[in-house]
Design a protein around this ligand. Structure first.
Ligand SMILES: CC(C)(COP(=O)(O)OP(=O)(O)OC[C@H]1O[C@@H](n2cnc3c(N)ncnc32)[C@H](O)[C@@H]1OP(=O)(O)O)[C@@H](O)C(=O)NCCC(=O)NCCS
Length: 202
């Protein structure tokens, strides 16, 4: 079951084991730290200096108990956080690219390979369609990224048109496949379900 606990600026979806919510400053940094390992960078291809800048802080960020204030750092960036230990598990992000919104995401290394990616992308689609009001969202995956492709399909995305090649931030050109999630009409969740604290009671 998914519970919704949004306030005016923050979107919070709560499942049994984790929450997915608008990232504050710490959550945003911790989320980046989930993606700085070589396996994730094989697919994400961030600029090396960006990856390097997280290296000294990576362990601290991954092991930090998150407790951001109520200000969102980026309204389109969402952190996946464990309810029991309140540590970062991954993130999903929506970015506007040439007139359409594209979704991307990553799990911290210890959470990969267990089927959680499908849940991450499902929650990302719910946030996009039912909280941010977006009817159509797209996601690209490198042809060889089977885990990403499988997770998107399991999350209800369907194959879509998109550029056959994509240039990653580090300059590598990859062959990509595209997927789409569509609803007839997106809507924006209303305020009025504010919680006194950002975190669900444990
Ligand atoms: C992409 C990501 C979110 C996927 O989440 P995940 O939980 O690790 O995905 P899974 O391991 O459950 O794989 C999803 C499906 O692909 C299958 N799969 C994964 N790797 C595979 C492989 N090498 N060959 C065949 N099938 C594979 C899994 O068996 C699973 O299928 P199933 O649900 O039918 O069993 C996660 O791996 C991740 O964060 N990777 C690093 C960053 C990244 O690649 N981001 C996406 C950029 S587009």
């Amino acid at each position: 079951m998914i519970r919704v606990a949004c306030s005016e600026q923050l979107h919070v979806l709560e499942a049994d084991e984790f929450v997915v919510r608008t990232s504050g400053d710490w959550a945003l940094k911790a989320a980046h730290a989930t993606a700085c390992d070589a396996d994730a960078q094989r697919w994400l291809g961030w600029q090396p200096e960006v990856v390097r800048s997280y290296e000294p802080l990576r362990n601290d960020l991954l092991n930090r108990v998150l407790d951001d204030g109520p200000e969102p750092a980026d309204p389109h960036h969402f952190a996946l956080v464990g309810k029991r230990d309140r540590r970062i598990m991954g993130f999903v992000v929506l970015a506007r690219q040439g007139g359409r919104f594209e979704m991307g995401g990553c799990l911290a290394p210890q959470y990969r390979g267990q089927g959680l990616g499908a849940q991450l992308f499902t929650f990302g689609a719910i946030l996009a369609h039912e909280h941010l009001g977006l009817s159509d969202i797209y996601a690209g995956a490198e042809v060889g990224n089977i885990a990403c492709r499988g997770s998107l399909l399991k999350a209800g995305f369907t194959p879509a048109n998109g550029p056959a090649q994509h240039t990653l931030p580090d300059g590598r050109v990859i062959s990509s496949l595209w997927f789409k999630s569509t609803v007839a009409r997106g809507f924006v969740c209303g305020p009025g379900r504010c919680r006194p604290r950002w975190w669900p009671a444990r």
